[in-house]
Design a protein around this ligand. Structure first.
Ligand SMILES: Nc1ncnc2c1ncn2[C@@H]1O[C@H](COP(=O)(O)OP(=O)(O)OP(=O)(O)O)[C@@H](O)[C@H]1O
Ligand SMILES: [Mg+2]
Length: 404
């Protein structure tokens, strides 16, 4: 349990990518993958005049602002695989024409492949970079409007922490940098950049606490497949059903609901986006949410009279399909189902319903007006795509398991 976040994020994620037929797919080269023996690589860095770029901030720690946005120029970071395959990209060319190469930044890939841990630096932080290669279902671009929205959400969440319970924490997106749009007539801005993520969970605490990715509770180890799942270390001598419900599932359901009710956000708490923060006593203190590229239900924001002036147009939603994808599939199907299955490996008497039934009840209790926003049946991605290659939704016709 005392392994570092980077180790767990890279190497406790075997046999986990089975939640869809695309989940195991990656176009990342071996040397840039989290599940490889390469410990690190260098991100390309350019110094670019500030007035040539778009920059966004949400209360960055001073030292990160000084490093990435120093005065009249900024640092622009590019994943090396782009240089190997996309030299003709307009924004690669633009970077080379207006930028001056600087020493690269040494990083290790995280479980998402395109978010990169900066090595040996205080405060701990990561770079979420443009990676126009497909991993799982999606190409992993980091377009301007996407990164700007992540900064907007980070800032809004930070100032709205009083709406969330004390088990909620998140990783702030504190700096975003993108190229200006060089093709203003294109149907959507393809100009891209990168984000800086503060890796110290917010709100800050003084105690030294470990972070364990959600999937590491049931994933097997890259180097030693026989190591038992971390779930059992956390359960310890406790009652497995009570532990999983009260320390894992109820808080995550509560966080999904609180984020929806107070902000209209559709949190995506699958095993990769959730981290467990564990104290020196080996108990879970908080659930730390990462990845603020969220869908936003504009109906909910209007219902509660919340201004959306500070948001851009990205991922605004006016219908209910994606709620089911995030809650029923990402959290329920992709994550909770796996925790139940792992638990049954040791406690065979426990049935899925011992977990899903109390979760259904808890959800209805804390969110009685859910039928206003949720479809009756489970939705998921279809294999059809829109003009930007984003998957469309489809109705599976199935009854939800993790909510009424
Ligand atoms: N066990 C896992 N469950 C879900 N996704 C996983 C898992 N392991 C690795 N992944 C990868 O993590 C990514 C999940 O997508 P998602 O949109 O949540 O993350 P992201 O936006 O790319 O990065 P980040 O979470 O760092 O912000 C995908 O690339 C997926 O393949
Ligand atoms: Mg993620």
């Amino acid at each position: 349990m005392n392994q570092s976040l980077i180790y767990l994020d890279r190497y406790r994620n075997e046999e986990t990518k089975t939640y869809s037929e695309h989940a195991g797919y990656t176009e990342a080269q071996e040397k840039y993958r989290p599940d490889s023996r390469h410990s690190h690589f260098e991100v390309a860095v350019f110094e670019v005049p500030l007035d040539q770029m778009l920059t966004y901030t949400a209360n960055p720690p001073i030292s990160l602002a000084e490093r990435y946005l120093p005065g009249d120029h900024i640092l622009f970071c590019i994943h090396p695989q782009i240089f190997e395959t996309h030299r003709d990209d307009s924004y690669v060319k633009r970077t080379l024409s207006i930028g001056t190469p600087r020493r690269g930044i040494t990083v290790s890939p995280s479980s998402s492949t395109r978010t990169l841990y900066v090595q040996d630096d205080e405060p701990p932080h990561a770079l979420k970079v443009h990676f126009p290669f497909r991993i799982s279902r999606y190409g992993r671009k980091m377009r301007d409007e996407v990164l700007e929205q992540a900064i907007n959400i980070s800032g809004e969440l930070e100032s709205g922490m009083h709406y969330l319970d004390d088990k909620f924490a998140f990783l702030r997106e504190v700096i975003g940098v993108a190229h200006r749009n060089l093709q203003p007539d294109s149907p959507r801005g393809e100009n891209w950049g990168y984000l800086v993520r503060d890796m110290k969970p917010f709100p800050r605490v003084d105690e030294q606490r470990a972070l364990i990715p959600g999937f590491a509770l049931y994933g097997t180890d890259f180097f030693d497949p026989e190591t038992p799942p971390l779930l059992f270390d956390l359960i310890g001598e406790g009652d497995p059903q009570a532990f999983i419900l009260e320390e894992i599932m109820f808080p995550i359901i509560r966080h999904w609901t609180e984020c929806f009710q107070h902000f209209g956000y559709l949190l995506e708490p699958h095993g990769q986006n959730v981290l467990f923060e564990v104290g020196e006593d080996q108990r879970i203190k908080r659930i730390v949410h990462r990845d603020l590229s969220l869908g936003i239900d504009m109906r909910r924001r209007r219902d509660i009279g919340l201004s959306s002036e500070d948001l851009n147009a990205y991922n605004r939603m006016e219908s209910n399909e994606f709620h089911s994808i995030t809650y029923d599939k990402f959290m329920g199907g992709h994550f909770f189902d796996r925790i139940v299955a792992a638990c049954q490996g040791r406690y065979a008497n426990l049935r899925k319903d011992d977990f899903s039934k109390p979760c259904r009840k808890e959800f209805a209790r804390i969110f009685p007006d859910y039928p206003r926003y949720f479809p009756k049946t489970v939705q998921y991605f279809s294999e059809e795509r829109d003009q930007f290659n984003k998957p469309l939704y489809q109705d599976t016709g199935k009854a939800p398991e993790w909510r009424p």
